[in-house]
Design a protein around this ligand. Structure first.
Ligand code: C5P
Length: 215
């Protein structure tokens, strides 16, 4: 069974998807980590992000693996490094690269295989797994998402004004939604869940109720 969870950054998608996978005993696939991994490898190799072929070559040649919560690129654990601001900023170029998307979409389908998977990203319900049994689109108000991200930064010792977090987030949302391929949007048959006023545990419970047919 495939369960897709799409939506914008900061809506609590990752936490919810991870917990849902745990509760169901399913595998969890973090597809954003794959776009980040390619961006990280490009930065390592000093690849010019405007050179779309060179960026695609990196995606074609690196080996991305998941080991529990760890992300490996060519055997190297990059779990922390792919979450830096530099990689976050650079991932717009890998996410916007049509060839990179084709390569990663194919890998995502291969990783899922025949397994029971909760997969999280932007295009999982629309492009990658259009026949998924359950599709969720997790959203929250821009302010509550920005506040959550600001708290995440603060936990890492970075104090960033809310206005700046909100402005960066709006830029990313616009780019995500405007992308020609793999744009962030709910699938026609996705169930939308707004997490502005409910915590992750309550969201997970709501999804479980829906999946188990009691909602
Ligand atoms: O979700 P996360 O912030 O880790 O995503 C990293 C980058 O990859 C973002 O720019 C996001 O738009 C992009 N992405 C994507 N398609 C996915 C998952 C993430 O384009 N399925």
């Amino acid at each position: 069974m495939i369960i897709t969870i799409d939506g914008p950054a900061g809506a609590g998608k990752s936490t919810v998807a991870r917990q849902l996978a745990n509760r169901l005993g399913f595998a969890f696939l973090d597809t954003g980590a794959m776009y980040r991994a390619v961006a990280w490898a490009c930065l390592q190799r000093d690849v010019d992000f405007s050179d779309v072929d060179a960026v695609a070559d990196v995606a074609r040649t690196i080996v991305i693996q998941f080991d529990g919560d760890e992300v490996l690129v060519d055997g190297q654990n990059v779990s922390g490094e792919i979450r830096t601001n530099d990689v976050t900023a650079a991932s717009q170029y890998t996410a916007g690269n049509i060839e990179v998307r084709e390569i990663l979409v194919e890998q995502q389908r291969r990783i899922a295989g025949d397994a029971d998977v909760v997969t999280e990203g932007r295009d999982q319900g629309t492009v990658v797994f259009p026949a998924a049994e359950f599709k969720f689109f997790i959203t929250a108000s821009p302010e509550s998402r920005a506040r959550r991200r600001q708290e995440e930064f603060a936990a890492r010792g970075q104090n960033i004004p809310l206005e700046q977090v909100l402005a960066d987030q709006t830029d990313r949302d616009n780019r995500d939604a405007a992308r020609k391929v793999g744009a962030m949007k709910p699938a026609a048959d996705a169930i939308e869940v707004d997490t502005s006023d409910i915590d992750a545990d309550a969201v997970v419970q709501r999804l479980l109720d829906i999946i188990r047919g009691s909602a």
